[in-house]
Design a protein around this ligand. Structure first.
Ligand code: UD1
Ligand code: CA
Length: 453
């Protein structure tokens, strides 16, 4: 049976980071997430990931999406392959991919596997302008001889522009017999997986599969390559959506995550970032400088310079400018959320309005509710969070404080400036504020006393 192995145990020294290399984000998702998604798309879900320094963090981030084997200490890619072979057992072909090459497309992996089927062992190569950092493919009269790593290459070999893409198919039995013959007699003192292909080539022809788009094998060893990976992927995703009925007003400043889904006639304005597993419905507009992460947005919505996180928004909703929907909000159809409004873990029913400067946290708000400017659900008493319930058609006046836990009945009114601590019955008016007192002539007396000084 074909199985996949991801090599992700390297120390990532060139990143100079406390974070394991494969957790560094490319287009705001950990590098390894991209590799696992490509594998899943190629029919190889739940691969074996070889992990090393920082293994716990990687295992936690991807638990359930992969199985893990630890390489301790990491002694090179050949040693990582040995760990994988020991862990997997069995026979049949192995697809080996690197955790630091996040730009593979699933269709490319499929094509590679289809072409390699029944051919034993092989690897992918690419012809590049600048081969620096990659292993060079050595050939004699066109026949593959082996791979030489840059640091071990002679000057003449360094000029070779055909490089090892870091994607391999291996016959497990052959690999098992050869992996023990790898040595550390090289510039890095490591067991090189690449040497295994030199050994193989001594006994049998090795298939080398030419990659059509060399950008796919882009490897990330340092922060420049990390930034370049994001840039390549960002451009790729933007172009995909331009070809799929989405208008992107300024492609150069737009970030759309690789897992985002959008329907026809969505418009994305300059500087917008749509990330995570967000889904944007037909004809919605994601306005300038908005950030939408892991959110589901209905159709014909308008989100203007606002932040929406892990929330579900209905149809024809307007949000912003400068509103913030934090995690756990469920917003009904035709809701209007205005300037400087903040919502958290709040459900707000169809047609409700919260136009200005409000905070609605841990609240259950019905339909057709009007939340006045500056109204606040006081959900935190310093120890615990409490819920606020607001019935259908209620009207919350400006600058009201609703001290949770509290219930405002349907069609009730809360007078502006009230601090509400008790249930307001349906259709009642709650007034909970100091009665106004006017002191006649006060200002005149004050200025008079000033003149006398
Ligand atoms: C490797 C290849 C090189 C190829 C390039 C493509 C080798 C020796 N060289 O070089 O020919 O052109 O990738 O990107 O394989 N890893 C482990 N355990 C280890 C060491 C590394 O799991 O002990 C993992 C790393 O986490 C990484 C991958 O293997 O994901 C590649 O290792 P890296 O050190 O980045 O190899 P390169 O120098 O890029
Ligand atoms: Ca690498």
């Amino acid at each position: 049976m074909l199985e996949a192995v991801v090599l992700a145990a390297g120390e990532g020294k060139r990143m100079q980071s406390a974070l394991p290399k494969v957790l560094h984000p490319v287009l705001e998702e950990p590098m390894l997430a991209h590799v696992l998604r490509a594998l899943t798309g190629a029919g190889l879900a739940r691969p074996l990931v070889v992990v090393g320094p920082g293994a716990e963090a990687v295992e936690e981030a991807f638990s359930g999406q992969a199985v893990f084997a630890r390489q301790d200490p990491p002694r090179g890619t050949g040693d990582a392959l040995r760990v994988a072979l020991d862990h997997l057992g069995g026979d049949g072909p192995l697809l080996v991919i690197q955790g630091d090459t996040p730009l593979w497309r699933p269709e490319t992996l499929r094509a590679f596997l289809a072409d390699m089927a029944g051919k034993g062992s092989g690897l992918a190569s690419a012809e590049v302008e600048d081969p620096r950092g990659y292993g060079r493919i050595l050939r004699q009269d066109g026949r593959f001889l082996g791979i030489v790593e840059e640091r071990d290459a002679k000057p003449g070999q360094r000029r070779i522009r055909e490089v090892n893409a870091g994607l391999y198919v291996l016959d497990r039995a052959r690999a098992r017999s050869l992996v023990t013959r790898l040595s550390t007699a090289n510039a890095q003192g490591e067991f090189y997986l690449t040497d295994l292909f030199g050994l193989l080539a001594k006994g049998e022809p090795v298939e080398v599969w030419r990659l059509a788009d060399p950008a796919e094998m882009h490897g990330v060893n340092d922060r420049r390559q990390l930034a370049a990976a994001s840039a390549i992927l960002r451009q790729r995703v933007v172009e995909y959506w331009l070809d799929h009925a989405v208008s992107i007003c300024d492609p150069a400043t737009t970030w759309i995550g690789a897992a985002v889904e959008m329907e026809a006639d969505v418009v994305v304005d300059p500087g917008a970032r749509i990330l995570g597993h967000s889904r944007i419905g037909r004809a919605s507009r994601i306005g300038p400088m908005s950030e939408v992460t892991d959110a589901v947005i209905g159709h014909s919505c308008r989100i203007h310079s606002s932040v929406v996180e892990s929330s579900t928004v209905g149809d024809r909703v307007t949000i912003g400018p400068l509103a913030h929907l934090r995690a756990g909000c469920v917003v009904g159809d035709d809701v209007e959320i205005g300037n400087y409004a903040e919502l958290k873990n709040t459900r707000i029913g169809p047609g409700s309005k919260a136009h200005h400067h409000c905070y609605l946290g841990d609240a259950e708000i019905g339909s057709g509710v009007n939340i006045g400017a500056g109204a606040i659900t006081v959900n935190y008493d310093g120890r615990a969070k409490h819920r606020t319930l607001i019935g259908d058609g209620a009207f919350i006046g400006c600058n009201a404080n609703l001290i949770a836990p509290v219930t405002i009945g349907a069609h009730a009114y809360v007078a502006a400036g009230s601090t509400v601590t008790q249930t307001v019955p349906a259709s009642a008016l709650a007034v909970a504020r100091e009665r106004q007192r006017n002191i006649e002539g006060w200002a005149d007396r004050r200025s008079g006393s000033r003149k006398e000084e």
